[in-house]
Design a protein around this ligand. Structure first.
Ligand code: PAF
Length: 285
């Protein structure tokens, strides 16, 4: 596996890979876990070459968020990626991505607003901007993202469609199903902040979501099913619930009950100081 930190070296490396096959990009912020490695394995199945980026993107962190505390494990991550057969690791410095005088930002209206966008102002502007830059830097034929961050995926697809991106085409932005621990908790770099007791309590999130989905599929109104879900999270030790919502799977428009089109249940809740997000399909696929 080749590792590059400079754009000029990236462009050379990508050009030589492209000469003999398609390139898949897996954008990450590092601190890799099984969820990321699943994206890498899927990328390797779908393209001749896999490029992984590791960049802890400062513009998607709010002033009170954990940018400095965000885990950075480049040596360990690099070993994991090498063992997975990744061709190229793109690990730019902050200056390489945001050189002095950098003054542009991409805002995706609609899908960025509400849900995580409401409690993390500016977060999705940072995500859309850096992902657009990563796409332009690597020019991948396809790109893979975890479905765990459902709103992020919707924002990236909208951005690619609105800006007429061709590498990758919006149809080649692939969502990969969430990888879960044995007790159902969605894998996340943030799970490592949980104490053993909090980790145990955290498993009540997917369990409560499954009960809410069963209620919605029986015909309960969203307000009832979500009210019960939130109560059950507080009873299990969650400190707060940022949101729980039943939304249209594509537009993220809120729904008051399950209809005939694919829907999604999305939740963000805090256990101690750790914010966990999860989402699951509801009703017809
Ligand atoms: O999901 C992430 O890890 C990040 O938001 C991403 C897509 C790599 C952009 O920084």
């Amino acid at each position: 596996m080749q590792t590059v930190n400079r754009l000029i070296a990236l462009r050379e490396a990508v050009e030589s890979l492209r000469a003999d096959g398609e390139i898949a990009l897996v954008p990450t912020m590092g601190a890799l876990h099984e969820g990321h490695l699943t994206l890498v394995r899927e990328a390797r199945k779908r393209a001749a070459h896999t490029v992984v980026s590791i960049f802890v993107n400062p513009t998607q962190f709010g002033p009170n968020e954990d940018l400095d505390a965000y885990p950075r494990r480049m040596a360990e991550d690099s070993r994991l990626l090498e063992a997975e057969g990744v061709d190229l690791l793109w690990a730019p410095t902050v200056d390489e991505v945001y050189p002095a005088g950098f003054a542009s930002s991409i805002r995706v209206e609609g899908v960025s607003e509400g849900l995580c966008g409401a409690s993390r102002p500016g977060h999705f502007d940072g995500v859309a901007t850096v992902v657009c830059k990563l796409f332009n830097q690597v020019l991948p034929d396809l790109a893979l993202f975890g479905e765990k961050d459902w709103q992020q995926l919707a924002v990236i697809r909208r951005m690619a469609r609105d800006l007429d991106l061709t590498r990758p085409l919006v149809s080649d932005i692939i969502g990969v199903p969430t990888v879960r621990e044995a007790d159902g908790l969605a894998m996340s770099s943030r799970n490592r902040y949980l104490s053993p007791e909090q980790r145990h309590q955290a498993a009540s999130l997917p369990a409560a979501m499954k009960r809410a989905i069963a209620a919605l599929e029986r015909g309960d109104r969203a307000s009832d099913a979500l009210g019960e879900l939130e109560q059950s999270l507080f009873a299990s030790g969650f400190a707060s619930v940022d949101y729980s919502a039943l939304v249209d799977a594509a537009s993220l428009a809120p729904l008051s009950a399950l209809g005939n089109s694919p829907a999604r249940l999305l939740v963000a809740a805090r256990i101690g100081g750790t914010r966990l997000i999860d989402n699951m399909a509801v009703g017809p696929a």
